[in-house]
Design a protein around this ligand. Structure first.
Ligand SMILES: [Zn+2]
Length: 218
C-alpha cells in the first residue's frame, strides 16, 4: 500500500516526510513538545484501488513505469469500473472483465453521486456495450493506434453521454482535462516519495535544495 506523505513547516521551510521526526531536519531543533508553525498535513496518495471505485475511468499505474510512460500516449492500460469493482478493459483478445490487477490506478469518476438512474443501469450498459461486434476480435481487430483500450473507454463514455442527451467528448479533450492533470500529480507524488525514501526528507525553502530539486519536485 502507498505510504502517505506528511507535510509540516518549521524555520520557514516546508518539510515533507513519511512521519514527523523528533528534530527538525533543517535546523536540528527538537520538535517534541513544541508547537509547529502549522499542523502537519497529510498529502493523500493520488493512487486508488480501481476495484474499490464505481463507474469510473481507470488508468493503471505500474509502480516503476510511471515516469517513463508519462510522455508516451497511452502506453498504460485503461478500463471502466462497474458498480461491483469489476474492471472492463479491451485487449487484443477482446473485452476482459478483471476482478484483480487494477489495485494501483488513477481514476476519473464518471457518474455524479446523485445520478441514481444512471448508476442503477451502469452495469447493464457496460455489459451490453462490451458485447458489441466492434470489440469482438473475430469481427474487428485490435489496433495499437486507433482501436485500443482507450478507444473502448472513450466510446463507452460517449455512448453514455449520448443516452443522457449530452455532447460527446473527444479523446484529446478528455485526456487534457481529466487524465493529464492526474498523471502529472501522480508523477510529482512518486518523485517526492522516491526522494523521501532515499533521504528521509524533502525540504523546500532552502536555496540550495530548491536549486537542486526544483525541476524534480515542484
Ligand atoms: Zn527547523
Amino acid at each position: 500500500m502507498e505510504r502517505s506523505v506528511v507535510k509540516f513547516s518549521h524555520c520557514q521551510k516546508e518539510i515533507f516526510c513519511f512521519s514527523v521526526p523528533e528534530d527538525c531536519p533543517a535546523c536540528g531543533e527538537s520538535l517534541t513538545g513544541r508547537r509547529l508553525e502549522e499542523a502537519p498535513v497529510c498529502l493523500p496518495s493520488p493512487f486508488t484501488n480501481g476495484h474499490k471505485t464505481s463507474c469510473s475511468f481507470l488508468l493503471t499505474c505500474p509502480q516503476e513505469n510511471l515516469d517513463r510512460d508519462i510522455d508516451g500516449q497511452f502506453e498504460l492500460h485503461t478500463g471502466i469500473s462497474d458498480t461491483r469493482g469489476a474492471v472492463y478493459n479491451y485487449t487484443q483478445c477482446g473485452v476482459r472483465v478483471d476482478w484483480s490487477g487494477w489495485e494501483r490506478c488513477l481514476h476519473v469518476p464518471l457518474v455524479r453521486p446523485d445520478m441514481f438512474n444512471l448508476q442503477a443501469q451502469w452495469d447493464q450498459y457496460l455489459q451490453h456495450f462490451s458485447r458489441a461486434p466492434m470489440w469482438d476480435p473475430v469481427w474487428h481487430r485490435f489496433d495499437e493506434e486507433s482501436h485500443n483500450c482507450f478507444s473502448f473507454c472513450l466510446r463507452f463514455m460517449n455512448s453514455v453521454l449520448a443516452m443522457q442527451g449530452s455532447a460527446c467528448v473527444t479523446g484529446h479533450q478528455f485526456t487534457r482535462s481529466f487524465v493529464l492533470p492526474r498523471v502529472k500529480r501522480a508523477s510529482k507524488y512518486t518523485t517526492l516519495c522516491r526522494h523521501i525514501g532515499q533521504r528521509r526528507f524533502y525540504l523546500t525553502g532552502s536555496r540550495r535544495e530548491e536549486e537542486d530539486e526544483e525541476d524534480d519536485c515542484n
